[in-house]
Design a binder for this molecule. Structure first.
Ligand SMILES: C[S@@+](CC[C@H](N)C(=O)[O-])C[C@H]1O[C@@H](n2cnc3c(N)ncnc32)[C@H](O)[C@@H]1O
Length: 199
C-alpha cells in the first residue's frame, strides 16, 4: 500500500534519516553476535527514498544491492540517488510477488514496510524463497497497536485488517522456515527481529 502525503514527508526528511542512521541501523546490526561477513548480494524491500540502501552499503559493503519498492515515485527517487553505482539495482516490485529467482540473496532487509503490506504473510514466504539457506532476514517494523488506533488514522493510511504484533510476526517467521536469532520489542508498538532461513 502506498504512503499518503504526510507519511511520505515523514520518511523523507533529515529527522527520519538521523534516527535511522544513528539509532535504528546500529541497533539492528547489534543483533548479530559477530559482525556478518561481507555478503555478496543483499535485497532491501520497500526502500523508500533510498536511505536504507546507503546504510546497507556503509555497514556491509556488499558486492550487489538490490532494492525494490511498490511505489514508482520511491523507485525513481532512489534510482536517481544511486545513478552511476553499478553495484546497486533499484526496481519496482511488490513484496508479495518478488521478481527474483529462488535462493538468490545472502541477506534481506525491511525497514518499516510489512505494516503496509496487506498479505504480509505472503511477503514472509517470498523473502524465505529468495534467501539462500542460512541467509539473514533483518526486520524492523510497526505493530497493530501503533497503526490501528484513532490518532494514527488521522495522519496515516495503513491497512487496518490482518495486522500483527511481535509474537504473531515471529510465529509467521517460524512457520515459513526461519529461526529467530534475536528479537526485541517496544511495548508491542514496534520491534526488530534478526531471523535466519533454516538451511
Ligand atoms: C514507511 S515506508 C518505509 C520506507 C523506508 N524503508 C524507510 O525506512 O524510510 C514503507 C515503504 O514500503 C513501500 N511498500 C509498501 N507496500 C509495499 C509492497 N507491497 N511491496 C514493496 N514495497 C512496499 C512503500 O512504498 C514505502 O516506500
Amino acid at each position: 500500500m502506498k504512503l499518503n502525503t504526510f507519511e511520505k514527508f515523514i520518511v523523507n526528511n533529515p529527522v527520519r534519516f538521523w534516527v535511522q542512521n544513528h539509532i535504528e541501523m546500529p541497533r539492528l546490526m547489534s543483533m548479530f553476535a559477530r559482525p556478518p561477513q561481507t555478503p555478496s548480494s543483499v535485497l532491501e524491500i520497500g526502500c523508500g527514498f533510498g536511505n536504507g540502501v546507503e546504510l546497507i552499503r556503509r555497514h556491509l559493503n556488499p558486492a550487489h544491492i538490490t532494492a525494490v519498492d511498490f511505489d514508482d515515485e520511491m523507485v525513481y527517487a532512489t534510482q536517481k540517488r544511486f545513478k552511476g553505482s553499478d553495484e546497486i539495482l533499484i526496481q519496482q516490485a511488490d513484496a508479495e510477488q518478488l521478481p527474483f529467482e529462488d535462493e538468490q540473496f545472502d541477506m534481506v532487509f525491511e525497514f518499516a514496510v510489512f505494516h503496509h503490506i496487506p498479505n504480509w504473510q505472503q511477503a514472509v514466504v517470498e523473502v524465505n524463497r529468495v534467501l539462500k539457506p542460512r541467509g539473514y532476514f533483518v526486520i524492523e517494523d510497526l505493530y497493530r497497536k501503533a497503526i490501528c488506533n484513532p490518532l494514527a488514522n488521522v495522519f496515516f493510511e495503513h491497512p487496518q485488517t490482518n495486522r500483527f504484533d511481535h509474537q504473531e510476526l515471529k510465529a509467521q517467521l517460524l512457520h515459513s522456515g526461519f529461526e529467530i536469532i534475536e528479537d526485541k520489542q517496544l511495548y508491542n508498538f514496534s520491534g526488530r527481529i534478526l531471523a535466519r532461513k533454516v538451511g
